[in-house]
Design a protein around this ligand. Structure first.
Ligand SMILES: *Cc1c(COP(=O)(O)O)cnc(C)c1O
Length: 494
């Protein structure tokens, strides 16, 4: 299987090269040349298999330059009992006859980013071997919270990789900061940047494009790489859990083989829901993909009108991982829906960078309506959904609550009674203050103290590693100004 660029189909790479590069040199996203097809026999063969086997089998369809034995080993490392707090890895919890919740936050950092970031480092380190790369990969990350920690946890002590994370000094939650500054591993580094997320992100982008820094690093034996969701190695492990959820529902007699299910996904960068789209293209019986946004509703408008327009106010919300106005992975969807027309994708992306706006063709508009339904919800509705679900005995986080609220809207407006899987992306314990407020318990205290309050108020269990943060020593105490980020990187990569 080869991978080509959404902006230039003449670029053709093996899977390992695509994982190593992250992004094509023309700025396009590396995308599989064909979508492997699965049928009922394939699904049946996975129905009684553990998650690790499902992962190896699904990923093997795309990464033909990796062996099954290799992929199975990676899946066992990524999703083993030392990493995940449930044997099921991504369990499906039934809420009522037509609603099931896919819990993706049982990994080491309590957010769904672990599903991919426990796998990517292994794919990358094997890619270095397969491509004969002599240098060490250095992953640079700017994070608004979840990605940085999940990436560090995934790359910690992975051979021939190093990882440096920059986060905005006053822009992450107390739990998120505690998670990052206590990170273990000999190859990790963390630094707070005085400024906001955009400052950290702009700094990282500048370092990536600085040829003098790249040359210095090359002489020292390093090249820079990215763990962001534009990397195919992050999308592919996400395709697995949609197929896995379907197999669970069949296994448990909740649906019959071949029956369609909807997926409702809280969306930011469009990575997670794109993986669901690929699962459907492979032949998984998917009905509608419900794309849920918070009040940063650029995707809702796009799916309804075919016009993508980022020229609008940016809102900071209680679901910060979805506070995003440019959803990078949409480019892969446009490539597919345009019949893999790289020229058409280039023209949309050029318009986006020039004016922040583009309008897709009528063909794409029709295809969008067929596959997706977009909706958004306010901060009040997000909090209401947390309260309503808790009344029914199920505690959800702020991101999942956005999806829950949009799923209700969808059902009200369309009357669709298809079985729906609600995708749950984070543990409520990552966002204690908002969750406590939403269930009518005013937060008393701050930061990690609130873990105990949420536990006492709900009788639920604090994820093991979040509970352990309280006693954990701070390992990093580095702060820099924005222009100082270069120095931090050069110092880190001696
Ligand atoms: C990253 C994230 C999302 C958004 O996922 P995308 O792949 O960016 O669409 C949703 N919820 C949580 C908790 C996240 O960390």
């Amino acid at each position: 299987m080869k991978y080509y660029s959404t902006r230039d189909k003449a670029v053709r790479l093996e899977g390992a090269e695509a994982v190593k590069m992250g992004l094509s040199r023309d700025g396009g996203l590396l995308t599989p040349e064909t979508i492997p097809q699965i049928g009922e026999a394939f699904l049946k063969s996975l129905t009684d298999a553990p998650y690790q086997v499902r992962a190896a089998k699904v990923m093997g369809l795309y990464l033909t330059d990796y062996s099954q034995a290799e992929l199975l080993q990676f899946a066992e490392n990524a999703y083993g009992p030392d990493k995940f707090d449930t044997e099921a890895v991504a369990p499906v919890r039934t809420l009522d006859r037509t609603t099931h919740c896919l819990e993706l936050w049982h990994g080491p950092t309590s957010a769904f980013k672990d599903m991919a970031l426990q796998m990517l480092p292994q794919l990358l380190s094997a890619a270095l071997r397969k491509t004969g790369e002599k240098k060490t990969a250095c992953i640079l990350v700017a994070t608004s919270g979840d990605t940085g920690k999940a990436a560090m946890e995934g790359f910690a002590d992975v051979a021939r990789t190093k990882i440096m994370v920059f986060y905005p000094k006053d822009g992450v939650s107390a739990v998120q900061e505690a998670q990052m500054v206590t990170q273990e591993g000999e190859n990790v580094g963390v630094c707070a940047v005085v400024g906001n997320f955009d400052d950290a992100q702009a700094g990282v982008k500048r370092i990536f494009s600085d040829t003098a820094i790249r040359e210095t690093l090359a002489q020292r034996g390093y090249f820079l790489s990215s763990a962001n969701s534009i990397n195919w190695g992050r999308i592919l492990p996400q395709v697995v859990y949609y197929i896995s959820a379907y197999c669970d529902l069949v296994r448990d007699g909740k649906i019959s083989m071949g029956e369609k299910v909807n997926f409702c996904v809280p969306t930011g960068n469009f990575g997670d829901i794109l993986a669901a789209y690929y699962a459907g293209k492979m032949g998984l019986p998917v009905g509608k993909l419900i794309c849920a946004s918070n009040c940063n509703d650029v995707l809702t408008d796009f799916l309804r009108t075919g016009v993508y327009d980022r020229n609008r106010p940016f809102h900071t919300t209680m679901s910060p991982s979805m506070d995003i106005l440019v959803s990078s992975n949409l480019e892969r969807l446009l490539f597919d829906l345009s019949g893999e027309n790289d020229g058409e994708v280039r023209s949309y992306m050029a318009a986006l960078s020039e004016s922040g706006r583009y309008e897709v063709s009528d063909t794409i508009k029709a295809a969008l309506k067929e596959a997706f339904w977009g909706g958004f919800c306010s901060e009040e509705s997000t909090a209401e959904a947390i309260g309503a679900y808790w009344k029914k005995g199920y505690l959800i986080d702020t991101h999942t609550a956005v999806a829950a609220s949009v799923m209700e809207q969808y059902r009200r407006e369309t009357g669709d009674g298809t079985v729906t899987v609600l995708v749950s992306t984070a543990s409520p314990y990552k966002f204690c203050n908002h969750v406590l407020t939403a269930i009518g318990q005013p937060p008393a205290g701050d930061g990690v103290e609130l873990l105990d309050q949420l536990k006492a108020a709900t009788g639920t269990t604090v994820p093991r590693r979040l509970a352990a943060l309280k006693g954990k020593a701070r390992r990093f105490d580095l702060t820099c100004e924005k222009p100082g980020m270069d120095g931090v990187v050069l110092n880190f990569l001696q």
